[in-house]
Design a protein around this ligand. Structure first.
Ligand SMILES: [Zn+2]
Ligand SMILES: [Zn+2]
Length: 212
């Protein structure tokens, strides 16, 4: 790819103004708002899709309340954008898990789970319920944690730019959440969780975990 092509491809993925996210241990927060762990607002206990690779339900990592105007995004199909991952497969396939909301909006359906080795290691499948705060800062502290909304992803491995399986558009990077073990936030072996969304058809999300 030439320089102009790669600049264009980066621009297509850099649709959201960058903000730093912070993880807060605050038991009194609004469960409808942005948070890690706990349960997804409006999605029932059987509303999470099953991974076609390992046949276990995808794990709910976090949600973003898309009605928050500070996010700088267009309206999403459902009020919340849910970030799911398969802890048994997510670091093994080097490709994204794609899922979307069902018609009712009360469950999520798997669109594509790449095939790969299923790991035996017991990576966390649940996380403590923690508030996610959007800070005014645009750059994370130099020593992390690298929780980020928008901007460009900080890849721990190869850069991966997913396309929506429904409309074929390049997907927009929405967030990354770093492992923060002191708060119980751990993805695989100190990995980083990345999420992309399609802002053309407003329904498909793609996620991946990378480790250094
Ligand atoms: Zn799996
Ligand atoms: Zn799409």
């Amino acid at each position: 790819m030439d320089d102009i092509g790669s600049t264009r491809s980066r621009a297509a993925l850099s649709g959201i103004e960058q903000r730093v996210l912070a993880v807060r241990d605050d038991s009194l927060f609004d469960r409808e708002s942005h948070h890690i762990g706990g349960s997804p607002s409006g999605i029932g206990p059987r509303g999470l899709p099953v991974c076609t690779n390992c046949h276990r339900p995808l794990a709910f990592a976090l949600q973003i309340d898309t009605h928050d105007s500070r996010l700088g995004i267009q309206p999403w199909t459902t009020r919340h954008l849910y970030v799911l991952t398969c802890p048994s497969c997510d670091t093994q396939t080097c490709d994204h898990t794609h899922y979307a909301s069902s018609r009712s909006g009360r469950s999520l359906r798997l669109v594509r789970q790449p095939a790969g080795h299923v790991i035996d290691a017991e990576h966390p499948r649940t996380w403590p319920e923690l508030r996610l705060e959007i800070l005014e800062d645009a750059e994370p502290a130099f020593d992390g944690p690298f929780h980020q909304w928008g901007g460009d992803p900080i890849w721990l491995g190869d850069a991966l730019e997913p396309s929506c399986t429904s409309c074929r558009s390049p997907m927009t990077f929405v967030l990354q959440i770093d492992s923060e073990p002191e708060n119980g936030v751990l993805f695989a072996d100190h990995g980083m969780l990345y999420a992309f969304a399609c802002f053309r058809c407003h329904q498909e999300v793609a996620t991946i975990v990378q480790t250094a």
